[in-house]
Design a protein around this ligand. Structure first.
Ligand code: ZN
Ligand code: ZN
Length: 262
C-alpha cells in the first residue's frame, strides 16, 4: 500500500482522464491521495479541490495560499479558505504555504506575511500544515520556529529538495519530510544523501503531479500511480523492500492525518 501525500489532480491537466488516473493509482496500490488545492482563492479553484475529495473516498484535500499567490492573500481569501475547512471533513491540512525565493512570483515580504498569517489560521483550524519552501531556508526555519513550534499540530515539508540542515531543523519541530520524483533523478545524489539521513518514521512520499515525473517516466505528465517509483528509491536508500517502504510511509501519513485512516 502506498499513499501519495501531495498531488494536484484537480487541475486542467487531468480534465480529460481524471477518473482513469485515480483508477490507475488504485491498481498500482496507491490507496490514498492528498490533493492540494492551489490558485486564486476567488476563482473557485479551492472549491473544486474539495469537491474532488468529497466525490472520491481515497482523495483528501488541503487548502491554503501557495507562496506564488501570496499577493492574493487578504481577509476575503482567508474567509473563503476557512469556510471550506469548516464545511468539509475531507480537508485534512492547510497548505501549501511557505516561501519561494526561486521564482519570486510574490514579493518576499508579502510571502512572509501570508505564511505567518496562515500558520495562525491553520492553528485555529487545528490542522497540520503542508510547507513549500525553495531557496528560502533561513527565513522558513525562523518563521516556523517563531510561529509553529509551540503548536500541537505538525506538518509536512513537501517536495523536499533542501539541505540536511533544513531537514534536521524542521524534524526538530516535528515535521515529516516528503520526497518527490526528484529523489529518483540521476543527478540527485546530494538529495539522496539527505534522504538517507531522515529516519524511517519521518519519511513520506509524493508525486507533486502533474510535475516532476520520476525516473523512468521523465518527460511525461506525472500521476499518483508513479509515487511507487519514489518509494522504490527510498527503499533502496534505506535497505528496505518496496512493500516495507510503502507500509512505513503510509503509517507515517496516517499518524499525521488520523482522519484519513477512518
Ligand atoms: Zn510546492
Ligand atoms: Zn504542490
Amino acid at each position: 500500500m502506498f499513499i501519495d501525500s501531495h498531488c494536484h489532480i484537480d487541475g486542467s491537466e487531468f480534465d480529460a482522464d481524471r477518473e482513469e488516473v485515480i483508477a490507475r493509482a488504485r491498481s498500482a496500490g496507491v490507496s490514498k491521495l492528498l490533493n492540494v488545492g492551489t490558485g486564486d482563492p476567488q476563482s473557485g479553484a479551492f472549491e473544486r479541490a474539495v469537491e474532488l475529495a468529497e466525490k472520491h473516498t481515497e482523495v483528501y484535500a488541503a487548502v491554503g495560499l501557495h507562496p506564488h499567490d501570496a499577493k492574493l492573500f487578504d481577509d476575503a481569501a482567508s474567509q473563503r479558505l476557512l469556510k471550506l475547512v469548516q464545511q468539509s471533513k475531507r480537508v485534512v491540512a492547510w497548505g501549501e504555504i511557505g516561501l519561494d525565493y526561486h521564482y519570486d512570483h510574490s514579493p518576499r515580504e508579502v510571502q512572509r506575511v501570508a505564511f505567518q498569517r496562515q500558520l495562525e489560521l491553520a492553528h485555529d483550524a487545528n490542522l497540520p500544515i503542508v510547507v513549500h519552501t525553495r531557496e528560502a531556508e533561513a527565513d522558513t526555519i525562523e518563521i516556523l520556529r517563531d510561529g509553529w513550534n509551540h503548536h500541537g499540530a505538525r506538518g509536512v515539508m513537501h517536495c523536499f529538495s533542501g539541505s540536511l540542515e533544513l531537514a534536521r531543523a524542521t524534524m526538530e519541530l516535528g515535521f515529516l519530510i516528503s520526497f518527490s520524483g526528484v529523489v529518483t533523478f540521476k543527478k540527485a545524489d546530494q538529495l539522496r544523501s539527505v534522504a538517507a539521513a531522515v529516519p524511517l518514521d519521518r519519511l513520506l512520499i509524493e508525486t507533486d503531479c502533474p510535475y516532476l515525473s520520476p525516473v523512468p517516466y521523465r518527460g511525461w505528465r506525472n500521476e499518483p500511480a508513479h509515487v511507487v517509483e519514489v518509494a522504490r528509491t527510498l527503499a533502496t536508500i534505506h535497505g528496505k523492500t518496496l512493500e516495507e517502504m510503502g507500509s512505513i510511509t503510509s503509517a507515517n501519513f496516517l499518524q499525521l492525518f488520523p482522519f484519513t485512516g477512518a
